[in-house]
Design a binder for this molecule. Structure first.
Ligand code: MOS
Length: 735
């Protein structure tokens, strides 16, 4: 079969929705204005644990425009059926306004519904709530773990550690981080009899549908969710959080559509976050740096009502480096907090800070180059399951990274390079993230005017899914990009999986390609059987489509356009359904994306201030569909990683459970002045084992190695090992 020419895939396209976004015409959830709409504002608990003793809404209700104040005394009892959706956690999800319990500071205790936002906000400040409060437990460091840790063992790690010539024992701590996307979480809910329409910020339109169907006891088909644009999410708009239920409840109670937009402060208690971790590592190696044993003891915070664990946090310890003896114990610590959730590079980024710092400590102990140390421990297969890797080009990442970064110019001695007041250091770290795939479907329609529309209920929280899917569709259909209209974000469209876990390109991309391949073949079949077509009796396998024109691959003159073909055949359009289903049964290979990150930092020797001077990431993520968007992901993740390494820290006052920096002035995120020249390189090559497109997923792996690379560079600059994120000026005093 003649291969379809590839013109759009691999081209550095700008975002197809860029103009809509920069001109303000992209409609986000909070931009929706529905006729007759009212506004809902949530009242949060001002204690961290206890019971609501009294609620006095009389002053609030007396304000102009206030329609209703809903709380546990007057809210209808909702069914809160089990939610079969895959985002369910062990435990019982928060049930808004169903009883008097307060389980964390900032829990919704009432909602004010009013005709204007200002009236609702003002009235919310007038709702008087009395509490019987207790002191909450919110500190991971001094609370007991639940007694059901996840464990893993191979070999006898304790025994092997005892006999290892080189032994290290360290504990790393990672602060809680909040996603803090630019867009606030928002929902507009409109009932029409028993059916509900939601405009919602979500990474997965099926998620609020499943959640609200279960909460209200409705058939899922009676709920439509629309989410065409999402202004960043990083994992936090995957689950349907309680405010979505509140919005639907508010709308139902007043009989009018309702808009609910969480405030920036409310994002710190109403939606999830990356949990704080303690990660203890013991490792043993021989004198040549070959790992003999590693133990991993983890503690992470969760709420008391649900148990959240980062699925992937144990994987790197099991398969990143050749290690004969491994033991792991991952415990959750229930606290009086709201439930955490995946945040970019979930689990892997946390594990990488501990393991990649520990490897750097081992390199120092041995006086060995950190890249060389990693090369010496590069495994031949996945030791956790004895499977071969589908592709693993981590060695290439090291080699290319070291060369491009100028690693060999490095003086291996810590604290050896100075530039005025600044101590200069370099560090590196490995990265990995597993390649996930989920079933998806898409609908493809080719119109007689030579344009196509492709639809699937995916999301685009920012990586540029509109654009990358348009590229895949354009090449498979043989159309110019401008003639493809890709749509997503609507439960009425064919189902797609969660837009997270770096699985969209693999899953939805393969689906879009399948649907467009089928449609192109349909058109080709129509042409070769059409006596009036120049392609009549051509071999269908020899026909390709380019720029909307079908032709024999070896004889471009012999052909015609989609438009002529369809018009002559009196067809208004052709359509097809694309599908992708990951192979059933156990995978034959171990599938991961990889990377190596190199960073240079300068640390002010007197002030402890850390500046990142430059950073390079080299990534093995399989085939790159959209290089410009890949850079947007990779460089964006480096910015996020600078935040995790040096700035981001959700601070709780453990006396009362209050988050003291619940705003973007005090919760520090990197700004332009914090970000140096960044560069990303992609190791060439598709992975045919993982999915039809050959992509391994990019958006998560690019974050994973950033913080440890910076931490290792800080050690190299100063000689001070900071085993805690973020690395603050305080932790570098007296260097
Ligand atoms: Mo990503 S944490 O799955 O949005």
């Amino acid at each position: 079969m003649s291969p379809q020419p590839q013109a759009a895939v691999g081209a550095p396209l700008s975002r197809v929705d860029g103009r809509l976004k920069v001109t303000g015409r992209a409609m986000y959830a909070a931009d929706q204005h529905v006729r007759g709409m009212v506004h809902a504002v949530v009242v949060d608990s001002s204690v961290g644990r206890g019971r609501i003793a009294s609620i006095d809404a009389s002053t609030a209700l007396a304000q102009d425009g206030v329609l209703k104040v809903i709380h546990h005394h007057n809210a209808p009892r909702l069914p809160y059926d089990a939610n079969p959706g895959s985002l369910n956690l062990p435990g019982e999800r928060l049930r808004v306004f169903q009883d008097d319990r307060v389980q964390f500071r900032g829990q919704p205790v009432a909602v004010v519904v009013a005709t204007t936002l200002e009236a609702a906000q003002h009235a919310a400040s007038l709702v008087k709530v009395g509490y019987d409060s207790e002191r909450p437990a919110t500190d991971l460091a001094d609370a007991p773990a639940a007694d059901n840790p996840r464990t893993y063992a191979r070999g006898d790690a304790d025994q092997a550690l005892r006999s290892a010539p080189v032994r290290l024992d360290m504990t790393y701590r990672m602060a809680r981080n909040h996603h803090n996307a630019m867009e606030l979480h928002a929902t507009v809910a409109r009932w029409n009899g028993g059916t509900l329409t939601l405009w919602d910020k979500t990474q997965w339109v099926q998620s609020p549908r499943a959640q609200l169907a279960a909460d209200f006891g409705l058939p899922p088909e009676s709920i439509r969710v629309l989410s065409p644009f999402v202004g960043g999410a990083f994992g936090n708009a995957a689950r349907a959080w309680p405010h979505i239920t509140i919005a639907a409840l508010a709308a139902r109670e007043v009989g009018r559509p309702a808009k609910l937009v969480l405030t920036r402060a409310q994002l710190y208690s109403s939606v999830g976050y990356r949990p704080a971790y303690e990660y203890a590592v013991r490792l043993g190696s021989d004198r040549r740096g070959r790992l003999r044993a590693m133990t991993h003891d983890l503690r992470s915070e969760t709420s008391r009502y649900e148990t959240f664990v980062d699925r992937g946090v144990v994987s790197p310890g099991q398969m990143l480096y050749t290690t004969p003896h491994v033991s792991q114990r991952a415990s959750t610590v229930p606290l009086d907090v709201n439930t955490p959730t995946p945040m970019r590079g979930p689990g892997y980024a946390t594990a990488a800070f501990a393991i990649e710092s520990a490897m750097d400590e081992l390199a120092n102990e041995l006086g060995m180059d950190p890249v060389e140390l990693r090369q010496r421990n590069e495994p031949d297969n996945d030791q956790s399951n004895d499977k071969p890797f589908s592709t693993r080009r981590l060695r290439d990442c090291y080699r290319i990274g070291a060369r491009e970064f100028g690693w060999e110019r490095r003086n291996p001695k810590p604290r050896a390079t100075r530039d005025g007041d600044w101590l200069i250091g370099t560090g590196m770290a490995s990265a990995l993230y597993d390649t996930l795939r989920q079933p998806a479907q898409a609908h493809v329609r080719l119109n007689a005017d030579g344009t196509a529309r492709v639809e699937t209920a995916s999301s685009d929280m920012g990586p540029g899914t509109y654009t990358s899917m348009t590229q895949v569709a354009a090449d498979a259909l043989g159309l110019n990009v401008r003639n493809v209209d890709f749509r997503l974000g609507d439960t009425d469209m064919p189902p797609a999986p969660i837009h997270g876990g770096s699985l969209t390109m693999a899953s939805v991309g393969s689906t879009v390609q399948d649907g467009c391949d089928k449609l192109r073949r349909q058109a080709i079949e129509l042409a070769v059987q059409d006596q009036e077509s120049p392609l009549y009796r051509a071999d269908a396998d020899d026909v390709v489509v380019r720029g909307g024109r079908l032709h024999v691959a070896a004889d471009p003159a012999r052909g015609e356009t989609y438009r002529r073909l369809l018009v002559r055949n009196r067809r208004t359009h052709l359509e097809s359904t694309g599908a992708y289903t990951p192979p059933s049964g156990e995978a034959r290979t171990s599938m991961y994306a990889y990377g190596a990150v190199f960073a240079e930092v300068a640390v002010d020797a007197r002030l402890g201030l850390v500046r990142v001077r430059r950073m390079l990431g080299v990534f093995d993520a399989g085939r790159i569909i959209s290089p410009k968007l890949a850079d947007s992901q990779a460089l964006g993740a480096m910015v996020g990683g600078i935040g995790a390494a040096l700035l981001e820290h959700t601070v709780t006052d453990h006396r009362d459970g209050r988050i003291v920096n619940a705003n973007l002035a005090d919760y520090l995120v990197p700004v332009n002045a914090d970000v140096p020249d960044l560069k990303a390189i992609y190791v060439d090559g598709r992975d045919d084992e993982v999915d039809p497109l050959g992509v391994k997923g990019l958006g998560e792996v690019v974050l994973v190695g950033v913080a440890p690379a910076i931490a290792n560079a800080v050690h190299h600059a100063t000689g001070r090992r900071v085993r805690q994120l973020p690395i603050t000026a305080e932790s570098l005093l007296g260097i």
